[in-house]
Ligand binder design. Structure first.
Ligand SMILES: C[S@@+](CC[C@H](N)C(=O)[O-])C[C@H]1O[C@@H](n2cnc3c(N)ncnc32)[C@H](O)[C@@H]1O
Length: 271
C-alpha cells in the first residue's frame, strides 16, 4: 500500500529536487512527487521514506535515478508545428551569414527528452537541403533523464508516434518496420546526445539556436532566470531561442528581444 508523504519528508525531497535540478514541487504537484517516491521505495524494497531519502542523499547514482523518475518526459515529433515553420525561414538566414571555414549551424536542444525534438530539427534541416548554402547542421541534444536519452540515442519509435508527420518524410529519415520506425544515419549523424543538467553552467559559446521547450515551466522564477541568462551567454550575437508554447520571458529582466515569425514566437539576441 502507498505511504502518505509526511510534511517533513515532502520538504526534504522537494528541497533535494530543487537544489539538484531547479525543478520545483509545491502543494499542487505534491501528489506526483509522492507517487514517484512510493514507486521507487516499492521497486527497491525499502522500509520507507527515511531509508529512501538516506539512499538518495548518500549515492550519486541513486540521486540521478531519483531525479530521472520525477521528470515529465512528454514530447512529440514537430510539437508546436509553427515553430518548425519559422525554423524553415531561420535556418537559411543563418546559413547565408556563415563564412568559409565556419559552415556549421550549431543548435542545442536542451531538455530533449526521448529525442523527438532534435530529430524534428534534423528533419527540418534535411528538408531544406541546398537552401542551407552548403552548411552542415550540428545538434547537441541533452537531458537530465538517462532513460529518455537511451531511447533518444536509439531513435526507435512506435509507429503511432508519427501520426502527425507526412508519410513521405518519415520514409526519408526512418526505416519503417511493421511496428516501429528507426532513425536513419542521415538524421542520426547530425545529433549528439548527452547528459546535461540545466542547473549547472554550460561551456557552449556562439550557438546559433537553442530550443528549450517545456522545460523551464517546471522551474521556479530564480532557476528560470539563471537558465535564460546562461542561454544568452551561450548564443552567438545573432542567436535564436525557442521556448515552449506556454513559456515566456514576460516579466523577466533579460536582454533577449521578442519576435513574432508568422505564428511562432522566437527570442533573439541581435535582431
Ligand atoms: C516535457 S519534456 C520536453 C521535451 C521537449 N523539449 C518538448 O518540448 O517536447 C521536459 C524535459 O526536460 C527535462 N528536464 C527537466 N529538468 C531538467 C534539468 N534541470 N536539466 C535538463 N533537463 C531537464 C526532463 O527530463 C524532460 O525530459
Amino acid at each position: 500500500m502507498a505511504l502518505t508523504l509526511t510534511d517533513e519528508y515532502f520538504e526534504k525531497f522537494k528541497t533535494t529536487v530543487y537544489e539538484e535540478s531547479g525543478i520545483c514541487f509545491n502543494s499542487v504537484n505534491r501528489v506526483v512527487l509522492e507517487a514517484r517516491i512510493n514507486e521507487n521505495i516499492k521497486r527497491k524494497s525499502l522500509a520507507g521514506f527515511d531509508a529512501y531519502y538516506q539512499l538518495v542523499k548518500s549515492n550519486k547514482e541513486e540521486l540521478r535515478e531519483f531525479l530521472d523518475s520525477i521528470t515529465t518526459n512528454l514530447t512529440k515529433f514537430f510539437r508546436n508545428e509553427s515553430q518548425f515553420v519559422s525554423l524553415r525561414q531561420v535556418l537559411p538566414q543563418i546559413a547565408a551569414k556563415k563564412t568559409a571555414g565556419n559552415r556549421v549551424i550549431r543548435i542545442w536542444s536542451a531538455g530533449c527528452s526521448t529525442g523527438e525534438e532534435p530529430y524534428s530539427i534534423a528533419i527540418t534541416a534535411g528538408e531544406l537541403g541546398g537552401a542551407l548554402s552548403g552548411c552542415t547542421v550540428s545538434i547537441f541534444a541533452s537531458d537530465i533523464s538517462l532513460k529518455s536519452l537511451i531511447t533518444a540515442k536509439e531513435g526507435r519509435y512506435r509507429k503511432d508516434r508519427f501520426e502527425n508527420v507526412d508519410k513521405a518524410i518519415v520514409e526519408r529519415y526512418f526505416d519503417v518496420m511493421p511496428e516501429e520506425c528507426v532513425a536513419r544515419d542521415n538524421i542520426k549523424k547530425m545529433i549528439t546526445f548527452d547528459y546535461h543538467n540545466l542547473k549547472h553552467p554550460v561551456t557552449f559559446k556562439d550557438l546559433d539556436i537553442i530550443f528549450c521547450r517545456n522545460v523551464i515551466i517546471y522551474f521556479d522564477a530564480e532557476s528560470q532566470k539563471r537558465t535564460i541568462d546562461r542561454f544568452y551567454e551561450a548564443l552567438g550575437p545573432a542567436g535564436y531561442l525557442y521556448l515552449g508554447h506556454s513559456e515566456s520571458l514576460f516579466g523577466m529582466t533579460t536582454n533577449f528581444k521578442f519576435n513574432k515569425l508568422d505564428d511562432a514566437i522566437v527570442y533573439t539576441k541581435g535582431i
